[in-house]
Design a protein around this ligand. Structure first.
Ligand SMILES: [Zn+2]
Length: 224
C-alpha cells in the first residue's frame, strides 16, 4: 500500500513536471512575422474573416474604406467599430485604428487591452501599430498590406511594415508581463484590396494628397 502511494506521488510529480514544461504551439508566435490565413486553424480563420467582413460592410455603409473594430476575444463580441475620421476632423492622425482605440478607451477606461483584438481593413501604419502596442492589444488583424496599398494602389504610406515595429515591443516589458501582439494579415484581402481606391492614374486635375508615384521594383527588376 505504502509503495503504491509513493508510486502514485511519483507519477503525479512526473505529470506535473511535464505539464509545466509543455507549451502549446499556438501560444508561441514570432512578433516579427505576419501570420497569413493559411497559418491559422480553420476556426480562427473563419472568426477573423467574419470580423473583417463586419468592418468592410461598416466602411461601405459609411462611405469610407478605412474601418476598424475592437473585439473581445473571450466573448467574441465587437465592442467598438469606427471609420477613419481624417476628413471629418481635419486631422491626419485620425486613422481608423486611432479613432476606434480612443473611442473604446473613453468608453471602457482600460489601460491594458490584453485579450482584445484590433481589426483594420488596411495594415497599421507605424503610428497606429505603436498605439496598439502601447494599449497592449493581443492580436492585430488586417486585410490589405502597406506594400499593396503603396505599390499597387499608389497610396501614400510610411514604408515601415507593422511587424517591424511589432518586433521592437520588448522595450515595453514591465517585470516580464509584456506579451507581444500577434499580427495576422491578408484576411479577406481580395475584398479589402478592391475596397481601397486606386490612385495610380488620378488624372490631370487630381490634387488628392493620398496619391504617390511608388518606388517599387517589379519582379523582373528585382531579379537583376
Ligand atoms: Zn495609421
Amino acid at each position: 500500500m505504502k509503495s503504491a502511494t509513493i508510486l502514485l506521488l511519483l507519477a503525479a510529480f512526473v505529470a506535473f513536471s511535464a505539464a509545466s514544461e509543455y507549451k502549446a504551439p499556438w501560444v508561441e508566435f514570432d512578433p516579427s512575422r505576419v501570420y497569413r490565413p493559411q497559418d491559422l486553424r480553420q476556426s480562427e480563420r473563419l472568426f477573423h474573416e467574419a470580423k473583417m467582413k463586419e468592418i468592410v460592410d461598416h466602411a461601405i455603409s459609411k462611405g469610407s474604406v478605412f474601418a476598424s473594430s475592437v473585439v473581445n476575444a473571450t466573448s467574441g463580441q465587437t465592442i467598438c467599430i469606427n471609420t477613419n475620421a481624417v476628413g471629418q476632423k481635419k486631422d491626419m492622425t485620425q486613422h481608423g485604428e486611432i479613432v476606434v482605440m480612443q473611442n473604446c478607451s473613453s468608453i471602457y477606461g482600460l489601460f491594458d487591452w490584453t485579450g482584445f483584438y484590433l481589426y483594420t481593413t488596411g495594415e497599421s501604419c507605424p503610428m497606429c501599430q505603436s498605439a496598439a502596442m502601447w494599449n497592449r492589444y493581443s492580436k492585430i488583424i488586417f486585410g490589405s498590406s502597406i506594400k499593396f496599398l503603396y505599390c499597387n494602389h499608389c497610396q501614400a504610406q510610411i514604408l515601415i511594415e507593422s511587424q517591424v515595429i511589432n518586433s521592437m515591443g520588448y522595450g515595453l516589458n514591465d517585470f516580464g508581463e509584456y506579451v507581444p501582439a500577434q499580427i495576422i494579415g491578408g484576411i479577406l484581402e481580395e475584398n479589402t484590396n478592391s475596397l481601397f481606391k486606386n490612385y495610380c492614374n488620378p488624372g490631370p486635375y487630381d490634387t488628392n494628397s493620398q496619391s504617390v508615384h511608388p518606388a517599387c521594383l517589379t519582379d523582373s527588376e528585382s531579379d537583376e
